[in-house]
Design a protein around this ligand. Structure first.
Ligand code: OFO
Length: 169
């Protein structure tokens, strides 16, 4: 059984992951308008990953006989000035999520919930990968600047990303 504090914190993270999915869905629509289909693919996979992260936490709350408490998902931004600006926002968002996951792990420590602490290790490692993959795209976009040809090459590259459903826990 989950203690109240851990239960509330895990539910908040379900909401944060759902918001991440919502944000990336909004970014996907932005790239669709620019007809950059590789970026659309990248965001589409990101959305699926975030939904899987939310589902992993949801299932864990259920497994521990906790209570699911769903809250409002806040409205994401809908416009950006460039692909570079989008990826700067993605990196800032992932850094925020990393800090949320770390706080969640702090709650597990404070409440001496060893099982939750172990479960959250997966999310801690995942955030390292998330930030690294976003930083990679961001660095390329910084090099590209206004070079349309180079942007299309990156778009082709992002079209090759495939979704591998994460095995959480
Ligand atoms: Fe769920 O990792 Fe991004 O937000």
């Amino acid at each position: 059984m989950l203690n109240e504090k851990m239960n509330a914190a895990l539910n908040e993270q379900v909401n944060a992951e759902m918001y991440s999915a919502y944000l990336y869905l909004s970014m996907q629509a932005y790239f669709q308008k620019l007809n950059l289909m590789g970026f659309v693919n990248w965001m589409n996979i990101q959305v699926q990953e975030e939904m899987a992260h939310a589902r992993g936490l949801y299932d864990y709350i259920q497994e521990r006989d906790g209570e699911i408490i769903l809250d409002t998902i806040k409205k994401p931004d809908q416009t950006w000035n460039s692909p570079l600006e989008v990826f700067e926002a993605v990196l800032a968002h992932e850094q925020l999520v990393t800090s949320l996951i770390n706080k969640l792990a702090d709650v597990a420590d404070e409440t001496k919930d060893r099982a939750a602490g172990l479960f959250l290790q997966w999310y801690i490692k995942e955030q390292v990968e998330e930030e690294a993959s976003v930083s990679g795209v961001l660095e390329t976009l910084r090099m590209i600047k206004d070079d349309k040809h180079a942007l299309l090459l990156l778009d082709k590259d992002l079209a090759t990303r495939v979704f591998n459903p994460p095995v959480i826990g």
